[in-house]
Design a protein. Structure first.
Length: 279
């Protein structure tokens, strides 16, 4: 069997010695090349998982492996060279004065020769469809575009795993859509494992599998399609239902008859339009 890209094996962690567990007996494996979305309400342990994965924190008990490396203080840099991270705030992660400088920054730090660098920067920007913005300054970009540049900065370094920690949460709906599409495109064209931490169900529905955290424990791991069966429990688990689900719920509450079908925004508009014409 193929080695998991990341494996948590009975991992427990607490921030203070005798304090409450932020993670308790957490086990899961991420398959190479899959997109795993980690969801759950505030404080359920999602960010702690990300910090443990890159060795910013170490488990109190249990084991974490990234590829074939067991994470420890000695292997931290080997692990970090395999992992790239995109964070929440698009403004805090822009380090260059132009788009291309920003993407080049990580490559410079790794000592990549200048001749190779320009090509790598261009290729990475092309993958996120930002190659036309090479010389733009960050303040000319939208939030979604800034996050796409941040993603380019990560993929330029050719990591095995990309972690997105609430990377869409500060964006407007358009920016969110843009970034989710970018992640999807990258996933289909690269051998990259993606782990996205999110509250956004739309993002979750694009992933291959979801890990639902609840109070520091794994509540469920499965396919995004299974989320529908959770119904209103989704809210209890801190998930923000997709817009189309909220709309259907609101319409039903007002006595409008909507069949139990898997609607998208477009098919719901069609259905409502036909309903209006009939009445
Ligand atoms: N630096 C810290 N010191 C002490 N406790 C912390 C610290 N960071 C997080 N915690 C606690 O650990 C638990 C898990 O927090 P974590 O940040 O991993 O949750 P999360 O699911 O990422 O939440 P959010 O969605 O709000 O980012 C929470 O109870 C939180 O209060």
């Amino acid at each position: 069997m193929q080695e998991p890209a990341v494996r948590f094996d009975h991992v427990s962690f607490r921030y203070e010695k005798n304090g409450p567990y932020a993670l308790e007996d957490v086990s899961f494996a991420v398959r190479p090349g899959e997109w795993l979305a980690i969801v759950g309400h505030n404080g359920s342990g999602k960010s702690t998982i990300a910090k443990l994965m890159i060795g910013l924190l170490f488990p109190e008990s249990g084991e974490i492996t990234v590829g074939n490396i067991r994470l420890s203080e000695e292997t931290i840099w080997d692990v970090r060279s395999k992992v790239g991270m995109v964070f929440q705030n698009p403004d805090n992660q822009f380090v260059g004065s132009t788009v291309q400088d920003d993407v080049a920054f990580g490559l410079e730090n790794r000592g990549i020769p200048r001749e190779v660098m320009a090509d790598r920067v261009f290729e990475a920007l092309k993958r996120v469809k930002m190659e036309e913005f090479l010389d733009q300054e960050p303040h000319h970009l939208s939030g979604g575009q800034k996050q796409r540049v941040a993603i380019a900065g990560v993929i330029a370094l050719a990591p095995e795993i990309m972690i997105l920690d609430e990377a869409t949460s500060m964006l407007d709906p358009r920016g969110r859509k843009e970034v989710i599409e970018t992640i999807r495109d990258i996933k289909s064209s690269a051998d990259l494992t993606i782990i996205s931490i999110t509250h956004d169900l739309e993002e979750t529905l694009q992933a291959d599998r979801i890990l639902i955290m609840n109070q520091g424990k794994v509540f469920h791991i499965g396919n995004p399609e299974e989320l529908v069966s959770f119904g209103d429990r989704l809210y209890e688990l801190g998930l923000d239902a997709p817009f189309v689900h909220k709309l259907i719920k609101g319409l039903k509450n007002r006595g409008i008859d909507i069949p139990d079908r898997d609607f998208t925004e477009e098919t719901l508009v069609d259905y409502l339009w036909k309903l209006l014409q009939r009445n």
